[in-house]
Design a protein around this ligand. Structure first.
Ligand code: PMP
Length: 284
C-alpha cells in the first residue's frame, strides 16, 4: 500500500511532488517539527508534543497554521489512511513559500504543513533495548537555541552518521566543558553509583524531550532520587548505568561509550525498570 502524506490540506501518495522549491523550510530550514510515537493507535504524550510544537512556533514567530482540533484531525486521519496502529507520526511546519530572502516575507504567508507516517514495529526496538546500545561522543556543533525543535538538523545528522559509521546507535554531543548535552536525537541520562538519576537541566542547550519529562514524572512518582544537572563523559564512563530517551526509543539502555563499557557492559536494572514503567504508561 502506498504511504500517504498530508500536505497543506491534501492527502497524497508520499512520492507526489507537492512541496514548492521556494518553501522556506527547504531553503532556510525555517521551520519546526514534532514526532509522536503511536502505540495501538494511541498518540503517546499527545498534549506534551502539542504544547512543545506551540512553543517552538512561538519562539520563531510562525503563526499556528490551523486550530488544535483541525491539526488533531489531520494527524489522526494521516495515521488512519496509512492503516497503521504502531507508527511514528512526523509533523513539520515551515514559515511557508515566498521569494528567497532571509528576512521574513512582508505580509502574511501561509505556513506549510506536512504530516508523514511510518511503521514503528515493537520487536526491533525491544530487541535493541535488551541488548543495549553503543554510543560514541561527538563535538556539539549546534546553535545556542537547541530548546527549539527546529528542522535545522545538520550537526545532528553528521553526528548520527559518525555513530553509524562507528557501529554505534547514537552520538552523545559534548560541549566545550566536556559535558554531555544530549544525543543527536535523544536525551542523555546516567545513574550514579548511589543510584541517582542524572540528566541535564532543560535549558537552551538541549531539547526538552517529552519522553524526558515523562521519565522525570515517573521517577518522582516512584520516589527515585534525580538531579537535573550537567554530567561529563568521564562521569558517564564511571556511572552505574546510562540510557537515552526519545519518543522513538522510549528508554534505551546504553552499554558503552566510545567502545568503553559502562559498568559490566550490560543494560542496567533501573533503566530496564524505567522502560517497563514507561511502556506500561505509568506516571504521577
Ligand atoms: N533531543 C533531541 C536533539 C531530539 O531530536 C530528540 C527527539 N526528538 C530528543 C532530545 C527527545 O525528545 P522526545 O522525547 O520528545 O522525542
Amino acid at each position: 500500500m502506498a504511504r500517504i502524506a498530508y500536505v497543506n490540506g491534501q492527502y497524497l501518495p508520499i512520492d507526489t511532488p507537492a512541496v514548492q522549491v521556494e518553501d522556506r523550510g527547504y531553503q532556510f530550514a525555517d521551520g519546526i517539527y514534532e514526532v509522536w510515537l503511536v502505540r495501538d493507535g494511541v498518540f503517546l504524550d499527545h498534549a506534551g508534543h502539542l504544547a512543545r510544537m506551540k512553543r517552538s512556533l512561538g519562539e520563531i514567530r510562525i503563526p499556528q497554521p490551523m486550530s488544535d482540533v483541525a491539526l488533531d484531525i489531520a494527524l489522526r486521519e494521516t495515521l488512519r489512511r496509512n492503516r497503521l496502529t504502531d507508527a511514528l507520526v512526523y509533523l513539520q511546519i515551515t514559515r511557508g513559500v515566498s521569494r528567497r530572502d532571509h528576512a521574513f516575507p512582508a505580509g502574511t504567508i501561509r505556513p506549510s504543513v506536512v504530516i508523514t507516517v511510518r511503521p514503528a514495529p515493537r520487536a526491533p526496538v525491544s530487541a535493541r533495548a535488551e541488548a543495549g546500545i553503543a554510543v560514541i561522543t561527538q563535538k556539539d556543533l549546534r546553535w545556542k537555541r537547541c530548546d527549539i525543535k527546529s528542522i535545522s538538523l545538520l550537526p545532528n545528522v553528521l553526528a548520527k552518521q559518525a555513530a553509524r559509521e562507528a557501529g554505534a546507535f547514537e552520538a552523545w554531543l559534548v560541549n566545550e566543558a566536556g559535558e554531555v548535552t544530549e544525543g543527536s536525537s535523544s536525551n542523555a541520562w546516567i545513574i550514579t553509583g548511589e543510584g541517582r538519576l542524572v540528566t541535564r537541566a532543560a535549558d537552551e542547550t538541549i531539547l526538552n524531550g517529552i519522553t524526558r519529562q515523562r521519565i522525570l514524572r515517573i521517577a518522582k512518582a516512584q520516589g527515585l532520587v534525580f538531579e537535573e544537572r550537567p554530567f561529563t563523559v568521564d562521569e558517564a564512563l564511571g556511572a552505574r548505568e546510562a540510557f537515552v530517551s526519545s519518543a522513538t526509543s522510549m528508554v534505551m539502555p546504553v552499554v558503552s561509550i566510545d567502545g568503553r563499557p559502562i559498568a559490566n557492559g550490560a543494560p542496567g536494572s533501573l533503566a530496564s525498570a524505567l522502560r517497563a514503567s514507561y511502556e506500561a504508561g505509568e506516571e504521577s
